[in-house]
Design a protein around this ligand. Sequence first.
Ligand code: SF4
Length: 243
Amino acid sequence: MLTEDFMGLVNATKATLATVANDFSPAVFASSLAAEDMVLTDIILRSGLPIEIFTLETGRLHAETLAMADRIKQAYGYDIKLYKPETAAVDAYVRQNGLNAFYDSVEMRKECCRIRKVEPLKRALTEKKAWVTGQRRAQSATRAELAVQEHDQAHGMAKFNPLADWSEEDVWHYIRSNDVPYNSLHDRGYPSIGCEPCTRAIQPGEDVRAGRWWWENPESKECGLHVVDGKLVRIKAVQTSTA
Ligand code: SF4
């Protein structure tokens, strides 16, 4: 459902991002290049906020997702920074376990995510004061307690989720109203987009994240970017910037 005071929601998000830029510099935005992240990209770049935008180029992304980097360059004249996994670590994993060993067990999947996402993320966050994500509370059971501002224990810094209060309809209303470029996979049944072998299209009525690691239980469906030691961490909000 579209939030009644949609413009109030947008203005609160702009205020949160301005606070990040002013009070938590240097700050970065981890973009998955999906719809939510394009909303934040649009606000950051149109507002000229000094928040670096990067994506984790895992080596297993869809071509449509990778194409978003060029589309952002065309639309905004901005080069998204790409963080890639260490070649030696990827080679060793594939040599020992096979290219698609993540289907074999949760442990194998988490190890692949650790190599291709968690370690590059750690590099991207080095010496930063805060990072921003496009997560929303309504996306899944694992995000039900998401706050706009959290303390990220794993990385020892502030973490902002400026879209925590947004509905899916809010996201798409913003995109259509502002002519924001978006990943064409969203038009083909992919509300949530990750690596190609670990994401499938969903059926109407399914949870928006049901297509991510669909062979696992819902409780284990996070990639380690927002969890500590493989467990979900309910991080207490220290401030809610959109309040
Ligand atoms: S989402 Fe899949 S392919 Fe991508 S890093 Fe995780 S396990 Fe590997």
